[in-house]
Design a protein around this ligand. Structure first.
Ligand SMILES: C[S@@+](CC[C@H](N)C(=O)[O-])C[C@H]1O[C@@H](n2cnc3c(N)ncnc32)[C@H](O)[C@@H]1O
Length: 239
């Protein structure tokens, strides 16, 4: 028997999908039942992502891009925390339609995070990205570097990365590279529960974009990348 998050579910199909065409078809079919399948007490990544962003921006005045916004679960928590300037980007028109129903986004637009995005440099204070760095979805490059490009100096990037891809998918290496180039500081990288019914975990990263002067100093000082936690023991575990 399949459950809402078990074998045969849309979630299992998402894990098995391998490209953007698969994803567009999957999310077209899943969009209207997605929120019911993944309530906040089961799929807690959006809540933790939004809360991490709000911790950084306690006045909630910053402009935010919710990348891979889906139906808007991250933005709803951001809006409850007072955020008023949230844009959403997603590959799936059907998910964007659902996101529009939340009424919390200023702008929603189609975008493909596996390619450079059509957004000007230093456009946002914060980029959030929950549930999108996962199997068959979006890899670390160019997405992470694009997030750094479109975020303002001293702005932050908050993203979840499914833990099974943290190292094998090249995420850890890409973040170390960005850090070694002096582009970002790793504020935190914590293991979190992800989809609780499945016992899944993810790494929740918070990256701060460094100012050009700090970048220069950092670059001079670092002869090799700072090493993020590898294998076990890894990171702090958050309930
Ligand atoms: C598991 S959902 C997460 C949605 C939302 N952030 C959340 O946490 O509920 C993954 C989202 O990534 C989007 N997605 C998949 N591939 C993408 C791509 N190449 N570019 C942008 N979004 C993509 C899907 O359409 C879907 O909305």
């Amino acid at each position: 028997m399949s459950t809402r998050t078990g074998e045969g579910s849309h979630l299992a199909q998402a894990r098995a999908s391998s490209n953007g065409t698969d994803n567009t078809a999957l999310y077209k079919d899943w969009a209207t039942s997605y929120n019911a399948d993944l309530p906040a007490d089961v799929y807690i990544a959006p809540t933790l992502t939004a809360k991490a962003a709000l911790k950084f921006d306690s006045s909630a005045k910053g402009s935010i891009l919710d990348a891979g916004c889906g139906t808007g679960l991250v933005a709803e928590v951001l809006a409850k925390g007072g955020a008023q300037s949230i844009d959403g980007l997603d590959l799936s028109p059907a998910m964007l339609t659902e996101a529009g129903k939340t009424g919390v986004y200023q702008k929603l637009f189609l975008g493909d995070l596996t390619r450079p995005v059509d957004i000007t440099d230093e456009r946002y204070d914060i980029v959030t990205c929950a549930g999108t760095f996962t199997h068959g979805h979006v890899g670390p490059s160019p997405a992470l570097r694009e997030f750094v490009r479109i975020v303002k100096t001293d702005g932050i990037i908050v993203a979840t990365i499914i833990d099974s891809l943290w190292e094998s998918g090249g995420f850890k290496r890409e973040i170390e590279t960005l850090e070694a180039e002096g582009l970002v500081k790793v504020v935190s990288a914590d293991i979190i529960d992800y989809v609780q019914a499945r016992g899944d975990h993810a790494v929740l990263i918070v990256l701060e974009k460094l100012s050009p002067s700090v970048q220069e100093q950092q670059h001079k000082m670092q002869s090799k990348p700072a090493v993020l936690p590898a294998g076990q023991p890894l990171l702090r575990v958050r309930a």
